[in-house]
Design a protein around this ligand. Structure first.
Ligand code: PMP
Length: 352
């Protein structure tokens, strides 16, 4: 029987993650701190008095209003998603198809390529420079040469931690005709957001998430910021009631109590610096600067998968990213609690 599926689906590499048994989890760039009890309780109490038998509001206007106040961006240009991944899929489905091209920088978040190919696009990959910074002139050349409809950039970039400076982003937007998606999943750990470019650039979409600094990956909540006219069009493709009342209620409480939550960002940045210094001091390790809550490092002598396995023997799970373009010797470790980071550094000494 011939497959009823589109041919590009059978050729796709799956987005997978093996969950090895572990004691210390430093493989998914999550927040190592759990939300305070009081915040969880407030979310649950607010949920208990709602009608679970009814659909959520058709337009989550109250949550959009709160996000507008939080981000400083016009609510009419805000879409809420079941994780920012859902919004990536939504945007790609609106822009890409057979005969379209999309440009991404590599190495980056693997979902961009998988989704782009799934929608039939010609995915053009531009490698970063050898120091793992963005190659902006080549990104622009590739977009222009292929008449790209979409450019997707991640800053701070997963898995390298690289921050794309504002002037360089501006060049990508000004010197191409593509819609530019900037994935700011790790923005709270970096120097600044590019939200204030939105007012000047109608072809820019910024994606942010509650999964990282905001400590709520399990809730699945992300949002996109863009020109209101663009949001109106993309909204046509959003599934009705895509975000459930649990997550919408959590959004209200997490934003109201953000001042309490955000206190964990500076300590995580200090821990990032400690991890960086610790890795840098190790013989046979090259560590890259990071503006995110993880570090990319290369193991120059021992193979990455051996380092990975030796850490796992001690219950420490990190990410072997050696299959990514340009990263044949690389591993990625998320910043954990001070105790977790201490154990990781000690285990690294022995793993080398
Ligand atoms: N973008 C990037 C760059 C990521 O690394 C991740 C998480 N791995 C996501 C988006 C996913 O975000 P969400 O949980 O909001 O779907």
């Amino acid at each position: 029987m011939t497959s009823p599926l589109r041919p590009e689906i059978s050729g796709l590499a799956e987005y997978t993650l093996t969950q090895h048994p572990h004691r210390i989890k430093l493989n998914q760039n999550e927040n190592p701190y759990e939300l305070p009890e009081g915040i969880k309780r407030e979310i649950l109490e607010r949920l208990a008095v709602q009608q679970w038998s009814r659909y959520p509001a058709f337009v989550p206007s109250e949550q959009i209003r709160l996000l507008a106040a939080f981000t400083g961006w016009n609510g009419e240009g805000i879409l809420i998603g079941n994780g920012s991944n859902e919004l990536l899929q939504l945007i790609f489905s609106a822009v890409l198809g057979h005969g379209t091209s999309m440009v991404i920088s590599q190495p980056s978040f693997t979902l961009y390529k998988i989704l782009g190919k799934a929608f039939g696009a010609d995915v053009r990959e531009v490698q970063m420079k050898p120091d793992l910074t963005f190659d902006v002139p080549r990104l622009i050349d590739e977009a222009r040469a292929s008449h790209a409809k979409l450019i997707v950039l991640c800053s701070p970039n997963n898995p390298t931690g690289t921050f794309l400076p504002r002037a360089e982003l501006r060049r990508v937007i000004d010197e191409t005709e593509a819609l530019v998606v900037l994935d700011e999943a790790y923005v709270h750990f970096g120097p600044e957001s590019q939200i204030d470019l939105l007012g000047k650039c109608g072809r820019l979409i910024i994606l942010q998430t509650f999964s990282k600094a905001m400590g709520a990956a399990g809730l699945r909540l992300g949002y996109g910021l863009m020109a209101p006219e663009l949001a109106k069009e993309l909204n046509k493709l959003k599934l009705p009631y895509n975000v459930n009342i649990f997550t919408l209620t959590a959004l209200e409480v997490l934003l109201a109590r953000w001042d309490e939550i955000k206190g964990w960002i500076e300590p995580l940045k200090r821990e990032r610096a400690r991890l960086h210094a610790g890795l840098q001091a190790m013989k046979g390790i090259r560590v890259y600067p990071s503006a995110a809550n993880f570090l990319l490092f290369e193991s120059l002598e021992r193979l990455p998968r051996q380092v990975f396995s030796r850490l796992l023997e001690k219950g420490i799970l990190i990410r072997d990213v050696s299959s990514y373009p340009m990263l044949a010797r690389a591993l990625r470790v998320s910043v954990g609690t001070p105790e977790e980071n201490g154990e990781f550094l000690a285990a690294m000494q022995e793993a080398l």
